[in-house]
Design a protein around this ligand. Structure first.
Ligand code: LLP
Length: 433
């Protein structure tokens, strides 16, 4: 991908596009998620271009970052959506009602209410993950007299070589239908008046950096498409899922290594050659991950034995990936120390932690950083995907605000929560309300 870098230093100050991060911190407070509009649009377009030789729809995976403004932005670029809950579908309705027709619904535990919602909206495709789900969907579609286009999400039994929590394509995982059961289930689906057998879908995991697992999965899917057609099914769609990884380790913030999109496209498209299908893709992280960062302030420095800690005002509730997966995020200062100071004091090793009452509330261990002071701002990079969407209110911490930067302007796209917001749904009698 040739892209302008969303985050870069100018005169020692880290900027998002044309806006210094320090200014955003001053205006909106910290912790703060900051996204680059240009980066999101460029990443979407590059992805779209990479697969242009095949009729396709990019169904952005809403779980990666479900902010309404980002959904609206992507819908404006022509994106469809991949949702895994009624809540995510409601977000698509709210952001871009017409995009419901370009939306696919995945997930192993769809409820009756969620199915009804999706049936009424006339979504593009249900990715069905079990026989029991197929039966329920047939019953609901019949009851509502709404035709459901279905694909089975098959489990191709491919190892994705990623963190065990986010690999999904092997036999022992809860996802999808085993390949050998697929033909019988398609036969069953074809008997239902309100089900329209329309596609085959697959998703083998997330943050995958090697391409071989993608092409293996797609070869298995292509073989299945051929046998389903031989069985008389009209297979129009292949949904290849998401999963393309990004580079979390940069040697420098300006490096911004990008995934090899053309190679990924070849891995997916190669096995489909000659099949004449409409390809659906469900990228999440690859579109928004590198386009966002989490801005935080150093509250305290402290040491204990030989360990030096930087305590930030952001915590694991704001960005869960390091605590949950041991994930690595670059941490860089929002303002570079002046060269003279730099020379005198080289980098030092810090444990970067949050204020939450858990030992696991740690962003980085033994990280070499320039000597940061209390009050300094730091940025945790590549936090645009699975940052805010995984955030919680643990320790009754209001979730961060989110800002979308475009050129010289910055727009608040989610205000910071307040303690009152957090308490509102609770029913206990409350003397002060
Ligand atoms: N489609 C399906 C059916 C999925 O389950 C997922 C992600 C995607 C698409 C999008 O995958 P992506 O292109 O973003 O890799 N919280 C974890 C990632 C969990 C991914 C779950 N499913 C993390 O922070 O790394």
């Amino acid at each position: 991908m040739t892209q302008s870098l969303p985050f870069h230093y100018r005169r020692s100050a880290l900027h998002c596009e044309q806006v210094p991060l320090a200014r955003l911190a001053h205006r909106f407070g910290t912790p703060l998620y900051v996204y680059s509009r240009t980066a999101i649009v460029e990443r979407y377009r590059a992805f779209d271009r990479a697969v242009r030789s095949q009729p396709h729809t990019l169904c952005y995976s809403v779980k990666a970052n479900s902010n309404l403004s980002l959904l609206q932005l992507l819908a404006g670029e022509g994106a469809g959506f991949d949702v895994v809950s009624g809540g995510e579908l409601e977000r698509v309705f709210a952001a871009a009602p017409r995009a419901a027709r370009r939306t696919v619904f995945s997930g192993v535990g769809k409820t009756t209410a969620e199915m009804d919602l999706a049936l009424r909206a006339g979504i593009l495709l249900f990715n069905v993950e079990s026989e029991a789900e197929l039966e329920l969907l047939a019953a609901r579609a019949t009851r509502l007299r709404k035709k459901a286009r279905v694909a089975l999400r098959v489990n191709p039994d491919v190892r994705a070589e990623t963190h065990p929590y986010i690999a999904t394509g092997q036999r022992q995982h809860k996802f999808g239908v085993p390949m050998i059961q697929a033909r019988a289930l398609y036969r069953r689906a074809a008997q239902e008046k309100y089900l329209e057998v329309a596609g085959v879908s697959v998703h083998i995991g997330s943050q995958i950096l090697r391409l071989a697992p993608f092409s293996t999965a797609m070869r298995r899917v292509a073989a299945l498409v051929r046998s389903l057609r031989a069985d008389g099914h009209h297979i129009r769609y292949v949904d290849s899922g998401g999963g393309l990884g990004i580079e979390y380790r940069h040697s420098h913030v300006d490096a911004g290594a990008s995934p090899a999109l053309p190679a990924y496209a070849r891995a997916i498209l190669g096995p489909l050659r000659g099949l004449n299908v409409h390809l659906l893709l469900e990228p999440g992280r690859a579109l928004v991950g590198p386009a966002g960062l989490l801005l935080a302030r150093v509250l305290y420095r402290k040491s204990s034995g030989r360990r030096r800690f930087l305590v930030l005002d952001a915590a694991m509730n704001d960005l869960m990936r390091p605590a949950l997966y041991g994930a690595y995020h670059e941490i860089v200062p929002a303002v570079l120390a002046s060269p003279s100071r730099n020379e005198k004091r080289a980098t030092r090793s810090f444990d970067v932690v949050g204020p939450i009452c858990e030992t696991g509330d740690i962003f980085a261990r033994n990280r070499q950083l320039s000597p940061l002071q209390e009050g300094d701002l730091v940025a945790l990079l590549d936090a645009g995907a699975y940052g805010m969407s995984l955030a919680s209110n643990y320790n009754s911490r209001p979730r961060p605000a989110e800002v979308l930067v475009s050129g010289r302007s910055a727009r608040l796209i989610r205000r910071r929560e307040t303690a009152r917001d957090l308490m509102r749904p609770e029913l206990a009698s409350h003397p002060n309300r």
